[in-house]
Design a protein around this ligand. Structure first.
Ligand code: SF4
Length: 486
């Protein structure tokens, strides 16, 4: 016989609770994910959610305390939940105050590679009319230093930016000279295929603390097939460049990115093995984007979202296996999402931000002075669609660019808390707006989400990560580590 009377004998009967705004989605036969405006998330048994919405959830249910603490429900006597919820929502959007951290300088459109999936309509190596001039760079720097952000990152892209290394030197030196007065946290990155790298260039990178971000699509045969160049030695040059750059700058100053082509689809383990062999601690399994040469050469249409998702999920399984064997190695896209799901941080990854990161997260200064809302907007322009060309460094003021009707319309009409489907979606706090993708594929900044491959891919990944996490404690612990590395 129990030594205690029932709880109700010691406490007065509690009044019914009120539901605060939240969205939910069934994960499987047993579980539902619920999220709220502040990005709080709970994975609950289906029966608990049914009881919650029917106002029959008992205070003795283990989920009751979590739901109350995370502002999914409140008692009529609770005064603070609405204020706390509002505070957390404000915190979620606090980064907007410090907009435009990343400034991309396209110092040349020239490239010696001819990758069929290239997202930039590159020009052949000897056409110097596709190089940025000092006048354009100076005007672009004027705009960079108007940004209210304390941290300013300048990334050099192309074409192949090392083909105009003199301009990289010029921009770095000019930016550092201006920064003696401006006193921002200034950082530089070169996104390069590494084929033209020399020791002299690397010495300059060391002197100015410049990071290297390169492309590595997998083993030699796959990489060279994806990335043709004269001499058919793209992979050998990339590996030599990585080795040299690590020796000169340090191992952690060199990162690599891969792109998934049709040839990559059956090779996910080989691709991951190469990253492991080379000592990288993570890989970003990226799909092709519907821009530039990728579309012209039909590379984008070569595989659909389902095939890419199979590739992604088997890669993730393999990476989890590697972690269970005691080797710390992460998948970067999952890490970005898990950071948003499991911590209060937002890594600010442009594809996964709301409002969209176009211009207010990252902006592009093209070699010819054109200012674009994002890298993808520049790629669209190379295909003849200038919708997201926001101005010209030589003729447009800072206000012309950042208050342009096109930019404001793209940001407003893609804001996920007010667009159809996203505003009711349980995954909204982890997702992004991506108006450029939807404009490119549907000629509409909002996009019809039931038909959107961006939506389908992200939703499938969100569900997959949550299912993996809730089915296995070891996976949950590995995901916690990934969430805290961004
Ligand atoms: S794009 Fe799709 S997954 Fe993302 S918030 Fe909108 S509806 Fe949800």
């Amino acid at each position: 016989m129990s030594r205690f009377l029932a709880r109700t004998a010691y406490a007065p009967e509690l009044p019914d609770y009120e539901l605060l705004p939240f969205n939910f989605a069934r994960l499987n036969e047993q579980e539902t994910v619920a999220t709220n405006l502040a990005g709080e998330m709970l994975v609950l048994p289906n029966a608990t959610v049914d009881a919650l919405v029917n106002h029959t959830l008992s205070i003795d249910d283990p989920a009751y305390v979590s739901l109350r603490a995370r502002h999914f429900l409140r008692l009529p006597t609770d005064k603070s939940p609405i204020d706390l919820l509002a505070l957390k929502v404000r915190t979620r959007y606090a980064r907007l105050e410090h907009f435009t951290n990343l400034h991309i300088f396209v110092v040349s459109l020239r490239c010696e590679h001819s990758c069929p999936y290239c997202q930039v309509s590159r020009q052949s190596e000897d056409r110097e009319s596709f190089d940025m001039t000092p006048e354009i760079a100076d005007r672009a720097l004027d705009l960079v230093f108007r940004s209210p952000s304390q941290s300013l990152k300048i990334e050099f892209q192309g074409g192949e930016p090392l083909l105009n290394f003199e301009m990289i030197k010029y921009v770095v030196e000019q930016a550092k000279a201006r920064n003696l007065v401006a006193r921002r946290d200034l950082a530089f990155v070169i996104a390069t295929n590494l084929a033209p790298i020399t020791q002299e260039m690397l010495e300059f990178c060391r002197e100015h603390d410049i990071l290297i971000s390169t492309s590595l699509d997998g083993p030699a045969d796959l990489h060279n097939k994806n990335r043709p160049r004269p001499g058919k030695d793209s992979w050998e040059r990339a590996i030599n460049g990585i080795t040299l750059a690590r020796q000169t700058l340090g191992v952690d100053r060199v990162s690599a990115l891969m792109t998934t082509t049709q040839s990559s689809l059956p090779r996910v383990k080989d691709i991951i093995d190469i990253y492991l062999e080379l000592g990288f601690t993570s890989i970003f399994l990226r799909p092709l984007s519907p821009y530039g040469f990728a579309l012209k050469t039909k590379s984008f249409a070569a595989y659909n979202t389902d095939r890419w998702l199979d590739f992604y999920k088997s890669g993730l399984d393999y990476i989890l296996e590697i972690n269970r064997a005691g080797i710390a190695f992460a998948e970067d896209y999952a890490s970005l999402i898990l950071t948003k799901m499991l911590t209060s941080n937002d890594p600010g990854y442009v594809d996964l931000t709301n409002p969209a990161g176009i211009a207010i997260g990252a902006i592009v200064f093209n070699y010819d002075g054109g200012v674009f809302a994002s890298d993808e907007s520049r790629m669209l322009a190379e295909m003849g669609d200038n919708t997201l060309r926001l101005g010209d460094v030589q003729t447009s003021s800072y206000e012309d660019i950042y208050l342009s009707d096109t930019l404001l319309e793209a940001l407003e009409s893609s804001f996920t808390l007010s667009v159809p489907m996203c505003s009711d979606c349980a995954f909204e706090p982890f997702c992004g707006a991506d108006p450029v993708y939807h404009h490119a594929t549907m000629k509409d900044f909002t996009g019809r989400k039931p038909e959107s491959e961006f939506c389908r891919r992200n939703m499938a990944i969100f569900k997959h990560l949550l299912r993996l996490m809730s089915s296995d404690k070891t996976t949950a612990a590995i995901f916690q580590r990934w969430a805290n590395r961004c």
